[in-house]
Design a protein around this ligand. Structure first.
Ligand code: DX5
Ligand code: ZN
Length: 218
């Protein structure tokens, strides 16, 4: 008997969706097999782009049949955690570079009842997040520089996935590994040790059902 491969989750990033029709887009990707909706929050400080904030997350929560996976690319996330959890974030991920005290912020997310995630820029060493893994439900490996959709996948980040997988095993943790940036059918295969694939332009740029199915094959 072959050991059954664990199922991969797909989280389409609405950054590449039609912003004038988010309800329609969310329902369409949900029906096409998406597991979570990935929501990219940018503040124009931590990254050189501004996207959406708390009121939009609150509105998305009302119409989304699947969990919201909120990726905070903002400085001092501690100032906004309570608002983002109350708005309906199921997973809330912070950047290790964005706060002086990641431990406290992760504990705060969990204490408010959401799942906590940590992530890092491509230039940050993976060793910077290892000590926080026991406080996390999710660890996100950025495979592009955060800030924009549609960039090319950075192959030199793949090694971080293996390091995290080994550490999660060693510490016997339940933490999921997610990858984000330049993910398509080919690059997802290179990240086969990950559990969750975020994809913006790949999913919203074509037949949603076909794109999601291709990622799940990975
Ligand atoms: C980039 C964001 C990503 C982005 C991915 O800062 O974190 O979630 O939307 O877009 P693609 O899949 O097009 O690289
Ligand atoms: Zn993201």
């Amino acid at each position: 008997m072959f050991k059954k491969m664990p199922k991969k989750l797909v989280a389409p990033s609405i950054l590449s969706a039609d912003f004038a029709n988010l309800e329609k887009e969310i329902k369409a990707v949900s029906e096409a097999g998406a597991d979570w909706i990935h929501v990219d929050v940018m503040d124009g400080h931590f990254v050189p782009n501004i996207t959406i904030g708390v009121p939009v997350v609150k509105s998305l929560k009302k119409v989304s049949p699947i969990p919201l996976d909120v990726h905070l690319m903002i400085d001092e996330p501690e100032k906004y955690i309570e608002q983002f959890v109350k708005a309906g974030s199921d997973y809330l991920t912070i950047h290790v570079e964005a706060t002086k005290n990641p431990e406290a912020v992760l504990k705060q997310i969990r204490s408010l009842g959401a799942k906590a995630g940590i992530t890092l820029r491509p230039g940050t060493a993976v060793s910077e997040v290892l000590s926080f893994l026991p406080l996390c439900d999710l660890v996100l490996v950025m495979t592009v520089e955060p800030g924009f959709g549609g960039q090319s996948f950075m192959h030199d980040q793949i090694v971080k996935i293996a390091t995290l997988r080994a550490e999660i095993k060693k510490q016997n943790l339940q933490c999921l590994i997610e990858v984000d940036g330049g993910i398509n059918a080919e690059t997802a295969k290179l990240c086969h040790e990950a559990d969750v694939f975020v994809a913006g332009s790949f999913v919203f740029g074509k037949d949603y059902k076909k794109a999601i199915a291709e990622l799940k094959e990975g």
